[in-house]
Structure formats: structure tokens, C-alpha cells
Ligand binder design. Sequence first.
Ligand code: BGC
Length: 735
Amino acid sequence: MKAFYRRTTLFLVVLIACSAWKLQAQDPNPQLYGFDEGYEATIDSIITTMSLEEKVYMVHGDGMFTSGGIARLNIPDITYTDGPTGIREELEHRSWQTMSWTTDSVTFFPTGTALAATWNKELAYRYGLAIGDEARARGKDILLGPGVNIIRTPLCGRNFEYFSEDPLLASVMTVGYVKGVQMQDVAACVKHFTINNQEYMRSLIDVHADERTLREIYLPTYKAAALDAQTYSFMGSYNKFRGDWVCENDYLLNQVMKGEWNYQGVVVSDWGATHSTVKAALAGLDVEMGNGWGRKEHYFASLADSVKAGKVPESVLDDKVRRLLRLAYNCRTTDPDRNKGSMNSPENSQLAYDVASEAIVLLKNENNTLPLDKTHTGKIAVIGMMADMINAKGGYTAGVKARYEITPLQGIRDYLGEDVLLDFAPGYKEDFIVVDTGGHWPHRYPNPAPNDTLLKDAVNLAGQSDLVLLFVGNPRSVETEATDRETLALPFGQDSLIQAVTAANPNTVIIVVAGAATDLNRASKSTPALAYSWYNGSENGKALADMLFGDINPSGKLPFTIPKKLEDIGAHAFDKHTYPGVNGSVEYKEGILVGYRWFDTKAIEPAYCFGYGLSYTTFKIPSVKINQNTFLAEDVISLAVQVENTGAIPGKETVQVYVGKSDSKVQRAEKELKGFAKVSVEPGKTSTAEIDIPVSDLAYYDTDQKLWIVEPGEYRLIVGNSSRSVSREFKIQVQ
Ligand code: BGC
């Protein structure tokens, strides 16, 4: 009998395990993830057998992208790779030089803002799965991504890598991405922790923000990565916060991340972002990276001595080693059955296509100019260097050696075939002015003047054509790591080109290719149809052509606000102290009012608002059901939002729910995004978007009590399809 029960129990356990596994494989946000406690005893016993030197060897770079393993104990080296939009090409072990391999080309996945523009959490998860798959195929353990910093200013050179100005949208993307990566036995390394929102002086700047702003805007995405996705690692950023480098910031690393969040994973420094041994070790930095080309710094040079001298307790070093071993075991680095991965698979190309096609944002479409007529017989002009630009490479560490990248020009040519007359004129080119300022590096900025010859050729071509597809934007040389843009304006005189080309041929559709917001004033008023596209991955041109000719119905929504002018942005509304900083210090005076929170609260009209994006069909929200009107702090607000497709073709719509509180005792943004869902709807049919908002998400951070407080009283619930289009508004009570 006992045997029967044992067998039956075993069967049930296996059955539950199998169905759990199935759920895990299908659920975009599986619940089975994170650190497996089963490894802890083994890890503890390994640490007791390690020498001091072995422990120290594990916690610093030994090579540009390797930290030490211990062969004697069968602990392999840990290998790292950039991230976050494709697996970086192989570099020499101790330098930034390429190995010039022919076997390390990979899929280029659409960059961060593109992924966020899909507002599709399932795509974020599949993105993680795909990039994790390629990381494994290249033998990597840690993927240095996703990059999740909040977009505070459109000028930040790395915005294209990041997700959004909104912490909720950024968190949802992060959680999906991290879970996907880690499902492949690869550790995500969520970067750059934290409050690193500009590239200008990134390694020196001391950021000052009040505690509420830190908690409500700049920490939630990392908190979600730690608690909801259990990321196996974080990367500490270059900047300082309140006087201390982040990589030796006891408050951020020990007290908040490892203390309050009880985070069990590894904190890796950004490359060269460590400034001390004892202070960094005691503050919670686990691994010093970026010293791999033989610079004998910090942990490598003096951690062992600091432990011997009693300045760093050995238990602190043990904790770092434990975290690394935890990461290694959870990634199954010695398990023969570890995921082997694959590169450039059709599935990964398909994912790149799916993200690219849902990312494109249609901003304007007067008289249904788009989609274009597939049977077009006239002559088409494709104008603009960005139509013929490869975007995978460049931008330093986020550059990808793509196996292929379909440019827009190629995509359109492939789509139309040989018989259609199509001509191309670049219209402008990359052109930088270099000024020797006597400093270490010369000042280098994009030439704002048009290139007269290229402009003239483009105008001639436009005049001789029936339709113009005009591509403008920022190449990767303009939006790049280590510098910020100096202006919102399109570089290389592109506004003059827009003006001249649209005057020569008003039948012009404009497509912007960029990773961050740009000045669209000229473009917007010059064309009946305007779309925002991105550094949109290997399948960029195919997705774009499919969208222009209507095989894809656009469903992207802006993950950031596009302002009419720079000074309309909170970070730019004050003086240089708020951006880019004075004497090495920057003060976030706009506080919690980042992005649309600033625009809405100050009643400033943006060019295009956060969450905005059109479709080739039309939608209506005929009804919204809320589970109740009065809530307790522990309740969940459940909305069932009906979305009706009132047009003639299938489409996808993202329902967005914002919450506002007018009689709050603390300053509040006019409204904040608290939930969203993307649904597919057939023409003439209705779909339901189900959105759950825990009442606890309505809390503000009380700096005196150091607690999240849900204020009782009335809240406004705003349901719409952008931050400024309200379909329904409700009042609810919280008791
Ligand atoms: C970047 C990181 C990157 C690292 C390694 C640093 O300059 O800030 O994002 O992962 O280099 O390439």
C-alpha cells in the first residue's frame, strides 16, 4: 500500500512538474524562475575549501570579458558579453580589439526603445529567450543587458538602449527580457544601476535627487528586476550618487538592493567604474570588471591584503564568492545538459521581425496616405542616408556584428520587385565638425548645415518622381555611448532637406529613424504621413516595407514624449544645474515629474505624447467594467476594457490606464501609468483588455516614515490609448 502511495505521489509530482514546465514554456511571464535554494549547501561547502587567493581571483576581471574560475574545484571562468541588443563580436582577451572572427555574426535585435514601443510583454520575453539563446551558442554566461535607465532627457546618448521615461513600462519590458534570458541558462545583468541618465561626464557626474524621486522613478525598474524577475546580476553604473560612486555606494548597494530587497545575486561594476578596494568591497560591490587588460587595480591589486589586514572581513569576500557561485550554479555552468543555444535561427529572425513590426509608430496619417498602393506604377524616390544605413554597428559597446541587416532601401526594393521604378538619393551624409579645444579630446559635433550637392540631387529626384519616401534621423554616430547630443535638431541639415524635398514633391511620406526623441516640428508640418522607426534590428527594412504597403498594421506607441522644444522637458526647464550639471554635479530639480508627468502636470503641449501611436484601422472603447468602486489597500483594481475595431482591417491596440489623485497631501503628477494591455481585434469585433492594478501600486514614498503609503480618498482612473487621449474616466475610493 505504502509503495502504491509512493508511486501515486511520485506520479502526481511528475505530473505537476510537467504541467508547470509546460506553463513555463508558454507563459510570457513564467512564475518558475530565480535562484534555486537547492544549490546553497554545495556552495557553502565549496567556499570552505577555497584559499584567500582563489576567492579574490573570482571577484575581478581576468580578461576584458572574463572573471576567474578555479580549475582545481571544477569552477569554470565566467564569461560576459554585451548586450543588450545582440551578442557582441569576440574581442581579444586583454584588449578592446576585435578578433576578426568569421563565425561570430549574430542576429541584431531591435534596440531598447524599439522593444518598448511594442508595449508587448510577450515580445519582451521572447526577445530575452532569443538573445539568451545566441549568448549560449557563443558560450557566454552573463549577458550585459538589458539597459533599463529611465529616459530623463532626450539628449542622453544611450537612450536607444533603454526602454522608457516611465518606470512601469520599463519594468514590464525588463521583467520579460530578464526571465527570457535566464530561461536559457544565461544570467541577465541589468544595467546601469542606477540614476545614470546622461552620458555627458558619466564617469564623474554626481547625481542629486530627492528620496521620493529615487524611489518612485529611478529604482522601480531595478526593483522589479530583482524581485519579479530575480535577475542573477546587476551592473553598477559609472556615476556618483549623493557624493559616492555608485560602485562604492553603501546606501544603494547594501542598504537598498541587498538589504531592503534582500537581493541574492551579483553586483558587477561597469567597466572601469570601481574606484577603491576597501570602500567598494564593504559597500556591496561583488565583482570589479574592466581591469582585464592588465591594469592592476583595486580588487586585483589589494583585496587579498585588505582581508589579511582585517580591513575587509573574510566573510564579506565569502559573500561575494557565494553570490558568484550562486549565479554559476543557477546558469548550470558545469551541467552537461546546459542549454547549448543556437545562433541566427529562423526563430530568432522571426522574433526580430515581430518586434520590428510592432515597434514602428505611426504618428500622422492624413487622408489615409498610408498604406501605400501595392500596385503603384509610377516612379518612387527613396531619399535620405538613413534609408541605406546599417544600424547594428557603432555606438561602442552596444554595437552588433550582424549576420545580416535589411536596410529600409533594400526592404522596399525587395518588396516592390524589379518592375517598379525606384531611385535613391542620400540627401545628406555623416559630417562632423571637429574643434580643438585644447582638452584631451577635440570637440566633435554633427554639422548642422546641409550638403548642397546632395540636397540638390535629392530635390531633383523628388521633382521627377510620383512618390517620395524620405528617411531622416540620427545615425548611430550621433546617438552613441559616452556623449550626449547637444540639440534635439536633426543633424546634417535634414530640416532643410525636408523643406526642399516636400516643396519639390508634396506627395512625400517621412520616416524618422532614431533611438531617441528628435525635433519633428519641420517634418510634422511638411508631410501628410509620418512614422517613427528605430534601430530596428536585422529585419528592419522588411518590417518597414511591410508596414508602408499595409501587410502590417502599425501598432507601436511612443515609449517617451516627443517635445516641441527641448526646454519643455522637465530636466531642461531650469538651468545648467539640472542638466548637464555644474562643477561635476547635477540636481534633478524636476523631481518625480519626469517625461509626460512633467508635461501633464505643467499643462505643456508636446509634439507627440507618451503612449501615442496610430493604426490603419480605428478603435473605440465602448465599455469598461471595474470590479468595484471602493477598495482597501490590499485589494486589486480589475478592469475589463472592451476594445472595438471600427475599421475594416485587423489591428492591435494598447489600452493604457493612468491614475491621478488631486487632493493628495504630497505633490503628485497629474497622472501616472499604472497598467496597460495590448489586444488584437478583428474588424467589426470586440476584444477585452484585462488590466489588474494592485491598490498598493497607488502608493507614494513617504520620506519621513521611509514607507510606501497608500493615501485614502478619491482617485481618478483614466482609460485611453495614449497619455492624452481619454476614452473613459472613473472615480474610485480607497479606504
Ligand atoms: C558600458 C557597459 C558595457 C561595458 C562592457 C561600458 O563602457 O557602459 O554598458 O557593458 O562597457 O563593454
